[in-house]
Design a protein around this ligand. Structure first.
Ligand SMILES: *Cc1c(COP(=O)(O)O)cnc(C)c1O
Length: 389
């Protein structure tokens, strides 16, 4: 049976060696690899400051705290995302206010944002979903008009680029007041676990640096805690892997782009399956996952049957993402119901994330597409109708 995982990290002997070298030193944490990784990330993203932390989720949590977003504050965000982009608000008792997504880009529908603003709105938290930049120029305009903070969850978009209103290109992560990345093994690059906060605002970077390390202030004693903090540190082992991965990032992103193009070509003749929308002018996706959508008419049950059929053949696949407003804890807290965000719900019922990683071969892409084609034929609405007659 074929075995093609959904995702797979890309690790070389040099990556492994970089980690082993740290193990031969006494500096396993808070050593020299930490500032080196941060400086290199800041330079890559084009931000003044980068603060490494233990995960993308802890990065988001510290951002929310550092910006002073808390109890009684509302933050406008997307219901079509990974759960951490909403949970980070709950940790600080701020309220996520969801607005629906654009059916093509799958990012926050910026046209709906202003209607969701109330006197309690403090920030907009937008996600560069699946590596595609959100509509940051329009988000910034709205944020400025209403005096709101802009948080960029760029955890899926390392390396993506976006043309600012002035005409200059910037990288995702640098498009709001603060951005962040995640380095879980399925992301564009990995440190095992890990995250990074990026910003041009010195006071935000300093607060995050202190809070990730038990509230210690720079230069103060080990048992001096200037504020409430956490242990969200990233070890030097992880940082060494991050440095090695970052050095190969452009090459890895090019490999991902190549695989995405193979899928686009191979799926062009499959009318039941909608491939990801091409980039709009002024935006350049960094491929995080390859997610197709069954055309309208397919139900969630059809989609789930297709996922099961693929998995039965050893093909990894997933249903990115399940609507956040219908996750039990968010639904209970915010009082949401099915139907509240129809675009999100309709899209989310029909997505199929296909195997996607740097070393996927063209032949494997062909095998996946053939298996998908077969699965779609057996579960398509027309076929189902005939069966039931
Ligand atoms: C991966 C991801 C995160 C953070 O993930 P961690 O697993 O905590 O590193 C946050 N937001 C989005 C949109 C993500 O995809």
């Amino acid at each position: 049976m074929m075995q093609i995982p959904l995702s797979q990290p890309d690790l070389t002997e040099a990556d492994i060696q970089a980690v082993v070298e740290v193990l031969r030193t006494p500096m396993l944490s808070l050593g020299p690899k930490l500032p080196e990784f941060e400086e290199k990330m800041a330079a890559y993203v084009g931000c003044k400051y980068a603060v490494a932390v233990s995960s993308g989720t802890s990065a988001l949590h510290l951002i929310v705290r550092a910006l002073g977003v808390g109890e009684g504050d509302e933050v406008i965000t997307t219901p079509f995302s990974f759960v951490a982009s909403a949970n980070c608000l709950l940790y600080e008792r701020a309220r996520p206010v969801f607005v629906d997504i654009d059916p093509l880009t799958l990012n926050l529908d910026v046209g709906l944002v202003e209607a969701a603003i109330t006197p309690r709105t403090k920030a907009i938290l937008a996600v560069d979903l699946f590596g595609r930049p959100a509509d940051w120029n329009r988000l910034r305009e709205i944020a400025q008009r209403h005096g709101l903070l802009l948080i960029e969850d760029s955890c899926e978009a390392l390396g993506a680029r976006y043309r600012r209103a002035g005409g200059t290109w910037a990288r995702c992560g640098a498009l709001g007041d603060v951005g962040c990345f995640a380095f879980y093994p399925n992301k564009q690059m990995t440190t095992g676990e890990g995250g990074m906060i990026v910003t041009d605002r010195e006071e935000i970077a300093a607060l995050c640096r202190s809070m990730r390390n038990q509230g210690r202030d720079e230069g103060a004693g080990w048992l001096q805690h200037g504020r409430l903090g956490f242990n969200y540190r990233l070890s030097d082992l992880n940082c060494a892997l991050g440095i090695a991965q970052l050095a190969r990032l452009e090459e890895m992103l090019a490999a991902r782009r190549r695989v995405a193009n193979w899928y686009n070509e191979a799926l062009a003749d499959l009318p039941e399956v909608q491939t990801p929308a091409p980039d709009e002018p002024g935006a350049e996706t960094s491929w995080f996952v390859y997610v197709v959508r069954l055309v309208e008419g397919y139900t969630r049950a059809d989609r789930d049957a297709i996922l099961a059929a693929l998995r039965a053949q050893g093909i990894g696949c997933s249903d990115y993402f399940s609507p956040l407003h219908l996750q039990p804890h968010l639904r209970a807290l915010l009082g949401h119901r099915e139907g509240d965000f129809p675009v999100t719900e309709s899209v989310s019922a029909r997505t199929v994330a296909l195997p996607f990683y740097n070393r996927l071969t063209r032949e494997q892409v062909g095998e996946v597409v053939r298996a998908l084609w077969k699965a779609v034929q057996t579960s398509c609405p027309a076929a189902r109708k005939t069966k039931h007659q």
